[in-house]
Ligand binder design. Sequence first.
Ligand SMILES: Cc1cc2nc3c(=O)[nH]c(=O)nc-3n(C[C@H](O)[C@H](O)[C@H](O)COP(=O)(O)O)c2cc1C
Length: 167
Amino acid sequence: MVVVYRSNTGFTKEYAEMLGRAEKLKVCPLSEAQGRVGPGELIFYMGPLMAGHITGIDQAMKQFAVKGVCGVGMSPASPQVMESLAKANYTNGAPIFYLQGGWAPKKVGWLKRRMVGMATKSMRESLRDKGGRRTPEEDKQLDFLIHGGSHVSFENLKEIQDWMRDA
Ligand SMILES: Cc1cc2nc3c(=O)[nH]c(=O)nc-3n(C[C@H](O)[C@H](O)[C@H](O)COP(=O)(O)O)c2cc1C
């Protein structure tokens, strides 16, 4: 199996390379995969979330034998995230995983920054309104939404590694 990924600001790339190292798998960006993935070779596709859609998944599904898929987003993992991923992404029955990556507002253009700003507005406002009543955890959450940060961690890969070993 080959880990094929797309990444705009680097978080998905970090996870893909970590996973490749841990599982001793070849890792390759989607843009270079055509020549580097052998015919019929299985791939594990990883891509950043954009409005619930896993970037690049349609191209990956068309070109390769996709065995599993992983979306990388900025929000914490939750049953709701898993449900919306399943609805918004066609994987032909391949399992979908989710990893919390990060948010890098300085690495995206103003329009995308604004789109995310709009999507997180009510959350930011309710955290701001709490003022001094915010817990230290909520302080961190607000800072993450405004300035960005990374939640990439090797521990998050465990579920995918277990699945890869069983598959
Ligand atoms: C336009 C836009 C839309 C996004 N939509 C979502 C989303 O629906 N859900 C989410 O969790 N993260 C969303 N994000 C955040 C990215 O998925 C997150 O920053 C991810 O870690 C980026 O991965 P990358 O560094 O590999 O590009 C969005 C980001 C942008 C710029």
